[in-house]
Design a protein around this ligand. Structure first.
Ligand code: UD1
Ligand code: UDP
Length: 391
């Protein structure tokens, strides 16, 4: 290690953070003369996190392994905070890098702050300004933003949000979103490799959905959901809408890789029953590792989701996205016309999905391959900004 080499501790814990931080870790490790890069996963997610680590070949240096079934926000916050104390004391990094708005990110940033270690925030500056939506993510990202010393904003809108809160513009770097870097890696991998596509399709077939159905002319609606503010009535309404849509459009498949959170799975069982839910044109499958999920997105006709990351990825693949939320911190794709907010009202979801299935021009108007979230080069920009900052 030279005098110039800085120790950077990258911390993440859930599936979306892992997808968005993986390309950054890989890029940081290309510069050992500048960075000693260590990775700490909190394990806020377990299998959904491990799926991503495996796809990108990342072996964490530290694993707090905090997940327990049915954990609440107090469990996650306290376990991350205490676990991070020990890791920070061992590593003594020059900088801690966290991502976005999860409780892992917020608690890891707080832990670094308590040791007076500078925090770098990736995907900084997203805001709805409604602290209850998304909950608790809006507050997580605001707190992390206050704790951070350097902010990597994915878009100029995010930069303006930070400046409106008094952040010094010289501490903000607009980089694009690293999810586009991750998506590019995976899309390139799949596109250039017919054997890999065949393996992914075999895997999906075993999981319960056969992508050959799309080649045979059937259209597919890809569905995901997990937001806490939709738990309970929101998810019941979403499930009832899916049941009605599947009955109204027997020529269309509905594929739902179910998040592992029990609050997401319970309403599915309530509405569709506990047995083998696959059959007909409805496919409830396990959460997919990233390559298979990207394959599913690429063959989907419409994406129906409450996910943050998918709102950023699907427009890049030219897929219309209907977002089952009332607010979004990602206005760029809404402005570009490829993302539309539909909330969780059963009738509204049925109406909006049906419109895209029945009306080709409505579908074509949304199916623009625009990418307001970056050019796939966010990671090199972050690394340059990070090095300049730490030096
Ligand atoms: C978390 C994040 C959310 C992010 C989402 C992405 C917080 C408060 N929430 O929500 O911001 O958008 O991840 O998916 O940080 N589970 C498993 N295995 C897994 C993952 C989850 O069994 O690999 C189950 C467990 O029962 C766990 C529960 O899901 O207790 C909830 O996980 P948790 O991370 O607390 O919340 P998410 O809803 O996943
Ligand atoms: N994703 C995945 N497998 C799945 C569902 C989603 O790999 O079965 C990916 C998706 O491509 C996106 C990320 O997970 O990059 C989004 O995660 P999630 O919706 O859980 O969280 P959010 O982005 O809302 O925080």
């Amino acid at each position: 290690m030279t005098g110039e080499t800085k120790t950077v501790l990258v911390v993440f814990g859930t599936r979306p953070e892992a997808i968005k931080m993986a390309p950054l870790v890989l890029e940081l490790r290309k510069h050992p003369e500048k960075f000693r890069t260590l990775v700490c996963v909190t394990g806020q997610h377990r299998s959904m996190l491990d799926q991503v680590l495996e796809v990108f070949g990342i072996v964490p240096d530290f694993d707090l392994d905090i997940m327990k079934q049915g954990q609440d926000l107090y469990d996650v916050t306290s376990r991350v905070l205490l676990g991070m104390r020990d890791v920070l004391d061992k590593v003594k990094p020059q900088c801690v890098v966290v991502h976005g708005d999860t409780t892992t990110s917020m608690a890891a940033a707080l832990a670094a702050f308590y040791r007076q270690i500078p925090v770098a925030h990736v995907e900084a500056g997203l805001r709805t300004r409604d602290i209850l939506s998304p909950w608790p993510e809006e507050m997580n990202r605001q707190i992390t933003g206050r704790l951070a010393r350097i902010h990597f904003a994915p878009t100029s809108t995010a930069r303006l949000n930070l400046m409106a809160e008094g952040v010094d513009p010289s501490a903000i770097v607009v980089t694009g979103n690293t999810v586009i870097d991750a998506l590019r890696i995976v899309v390139d991998k799949i596109a250039g490799d017919g054997a890999l596509t065949a393996r992914l399709d075999d895997h999906l077939r075993l999981e319960g959905y056969d992508p050959a159905r799309v080649e045979a002319g059937r259209r597919m609606v890809l569905i995901t959901g997990h937001r806490r503010e939709n738990f309970g009535e929101g998810f019941l309404s979403i499930c009832r809408a899916i049941a009605r849509l599947a009955a109204m459009h027997p020529d269309v498949d509905f594929v739902y890789p179910m998040h592992l959170n029990p609050n997401v799975r319970r309403p599915i069982v309530e509405v569709f029953g506990a047995g083998d839910a696959c059959g007909g044109n409805l496919f409830f499958i396990e959460p997919q590792e990233y390559l298979s999920f990207v394959r599913l997105m690429s063959v989907a006709h419409v994406v129906l989701t409450d996910s943050g990351g998918i709102q950023e990825e699907a427009p890049g693949l030219g897929k219309p996205v209907l977002v089952m939320r009332d607010t979004t911190e990602r206005p760029e794709a809404v402005d570009a016309g490829t993302v539309k907010l539909v909330g969780t009202d059963e009738c509204k979801i049925v109406e909006e999905v049906s419109r895209l299935l029945d009306n080709d021009s409505a579908h074509a108007a949304m199916a623009n391959a625009v990418n307001p979230y970056g050019d796939g080069r966010a990671c090199p920009r972050i690394i340059e900004g990070l090095y300049n900052y730490i030096r």
